[in-house]
Design a protein around this ligand. Structure first.
Ligand code: FES
Ligand SMILES: [Fe+2]
Length: 313
């Protein structure tokens, strides 16, 4: 599911200078994207010599070349092997045969996505439903302010199912319930995306009343002053890592109180979801529960996601 889909990597403002790199691991694939003189390139973060790592941090700058951390092979930013350090004579060895494994890379409103599958359909068609919903929001002007990660002891699909319904908000999220009108909560499914909307009830809150989810595991939480890209990454069978990247409008980004308000609001909601998802996982592990029933009024998104998983399997 993840290896065949578009993976969110970051925003072009995080890849502004030549040699800027972002990395991520998805479905076991270590990936990197780098700014070259001629735009963005993306590769498996795997050296062609003996599979060493080319870049070992989440973000940074690699200078004018990618140098393997194992034996020091040097690759140009567009992935060609420039120097096999002190390799010695080897009959038949042609550096031109050892370019990095390239990935598809495309951007949507400044956000950078990669795809392991070279034949994948264009990002624009994958994200088309988002375009209409995001409307004129100028997300291209946002700046990355913070990253937070949360580990949850549940299968990633349980977390996604929980993300895809607002039915639990009145019981699990008292503060969120006070901020948005849960009675007017709507869920809409369109192509590879699912949208939730609920009008904000307060004028000085964090939320803008729109949440989007893109298959297989990306949440886009829209705020009054920006948004948070939420990656839901499977960690094996019974663990999920949430990687939150916060992007705010420049004025909000420069205001430490606003910035903190957004982060702490999201931390509260995440702690509540972590609690319920881990309790549900434990209950499922107990083996009594086999299958339940979904509410057409509230759980259309869950049904849609389950159909996607069943189709993929
Ligand atoms: S594995 Fe990269 S130089 Fe040896
Ligand atoms: Fe929740």
């Amino acid at each position: 599911m993840f290896g065949r889909s578009w993976t969110f990597m970051g925003h072009t403002s995080e890849l502004a200078r030549e040699g800027d790199v972002l990395t991520a691991t998805i479905a076991g694939y270590p990936l990197l994207v780098v700014r070259t003189a001629n735009g963005l390139k993306a590769f498996h973060n795997v050296c062609r010599h003996r599979a060493g790592p080319l870049f070992d941090e989440e973000r940074g700058n690699c200078g004018s070349a990618l140098t393997c951390k194992y034996h020091g092979w040097v690759y140009t930013l567009d992935g060609r092997l420039r120097n096999a350090r002190d390799f010695g004579a080897a009959a038949g060895f042609d550096p031109r045969d050892y370019s990095l494994f390239e990935l598809k890379v495309e951007t949507w409103r400044g956000f950078v996505f990669v795809n392991v599958e070279r034949q994948a359909p264009a990002l624009a068609s994958h994200l088309r439903p988002l375009d209409a919903r995001m409307g004129a929001r100028d997300v291209g002007a946002l700046v990355h302010t913070d990253r937070r990660t949360h580990d949850i002891a549940c299968n990633w699909k349980l977390y996604v199912e929980n993300y895809l319904e607002g039915y639990h908000i009145p019981l699990v999220h008292p503060q969120l319930n006070a901020e948005v009108d849960a009675a007017k909560y709507t869920v809409m499914v369109e192509g590879s995306a699912c949208f939730h909307s609920a009008p904000p009830k307060v004028s000085d809150g964090v939320y803008d009343g729109l949440w989007a989810f893109v298959l297989p595991g990306l949440g886009i939480n829209v705020y009054e002053h920006g948004l948070m890209m939420e990656r839901m990454v499977p960690l094996g069978l019974s663990g999920t890592r949430l990687i939150y990247d916060f992007y705010l409008a420049p004025e909000a980004a420069a205001d430490p109180i606003k910035r903190q308000q957004v982060i702490s609001t999201s931390a509260i909601v995440t702690a509540e979801d972590k609690w319920i998802c881990e309790r549900v996982q434990a209950n499922i592990d107990a083996g009594v529960y086999q299958a339940g029933v979904l509410s057409p009024k509230h759980e259309a998104g869950v049904a849609w996601f389950q159909a996607f998983v069943a189709g993929a399997l």
